[in-house]
Design a protein around this ligand. Structure first.
Ligand code: TYD
Length: 218
């Protein structure tokens, strides 16, 4: 039986990573086979692309080059990791996917929407998430949390930190517009609460999805 492809989206610092880990732990305890994926990255070549797009040393990256790099990483992730895991019947929890390109490159960088959709068709082989969890936080909170995290980890992944408030406001608006247009797939979760409260909402949502798909633990 085909597995489930679930993506997590939101601004930097929205708490996606914590929530993915909490959901994965609980699903595994229930006996499901879970695979974690992330973008950009997730494969050897994707991790190399990640360094280029996130490093503050990457200067003057043209928005078109940027979107192509994200989709190059995604194409490899879909072909090498995600589709094979779906065929094995796994539940895939993916940290960001095409909605991030819609929001950051379409909304933030203001590339024409059709450019992102054309690239999605080429890179993703028709793959659309079964469910997208959008963790929504105010953009002011996003910048503060992301900066703290980059300082704490010492990783140079701060290129986006240099963007201004207007950029992140456009990104957030684009995410919410996607959710409005596709409410069956994209569920908005209020991220301005404790991790446990947010987890309970996500868990109930995923449990409904698993139940209605007829999936059973192995
Ligand atoms: P990520 O590693 O998920 O960072 P965080 O944990 O802070 O959310 O994503 C890295 C950055 O890449 C993030 O600022 C969003 C950006 N991004 C895009 O601009 N377009 C994309 O298609 C993706 C996947 C990410």
């Amino acid at each position: 039986m085909r597995g489930l492809f679930i993506t997590f989206e939101g601004l930097d610092g929205s708490g996606k990573t914590t929530q993915i880990e909490m959901a994965a732990r609980r699903l595994r305890r229930q006996g499901f086979s879970v695979l974690l994926a992330r973008e950009p990255g997730g494969t050897r070549s994707g991790d190399e692309i990640r360094k280029i797009v996130l490093s503050s040393r990457t200067k003057r990256l043209d928005p078109r080059a940027e979107v192509l790099l994200y989709f190059a990483s995604r194409a490899q992730n879909v072909a090498e990791v995600i589709l094979p895991a779906l065929d094995r019947g796994a539940i895939i929890l993916c940290d960001r996917f095409t909605d991030s390109s819609r929001a950051y490159q379409g909304g933030g960088r203001q590339l024409p929407p059709h450019a992102v959709e054309d690239l999605d068709r080429i890179a993703c082989q028709g793959l659309v998430p079964d469910r997208t969890i959008l963790i929504d936080i105010a953009q002011r909170q996003s910048v503060v949390r992301a900066r703290k995290r980059n300082t704490r980890t010492g990783r140079d992944e701060s290129r986006f930190e240099k963007e201004n408030a207007a950029f992140f406001a456009r990104v957030r608006k684009a995410f919410l517009t996607i959710a409005k247009k596709d409410p069956r797939r994209v569920h908005v979760i209020d991220g301005n609460r404790t991790p446990e409260e947010i987890h309970e909402d996500i868990w109930n949502d995923l449990w409904d999805l698993i139940h209605s798909s007829g999936m059973r633990p192995r």
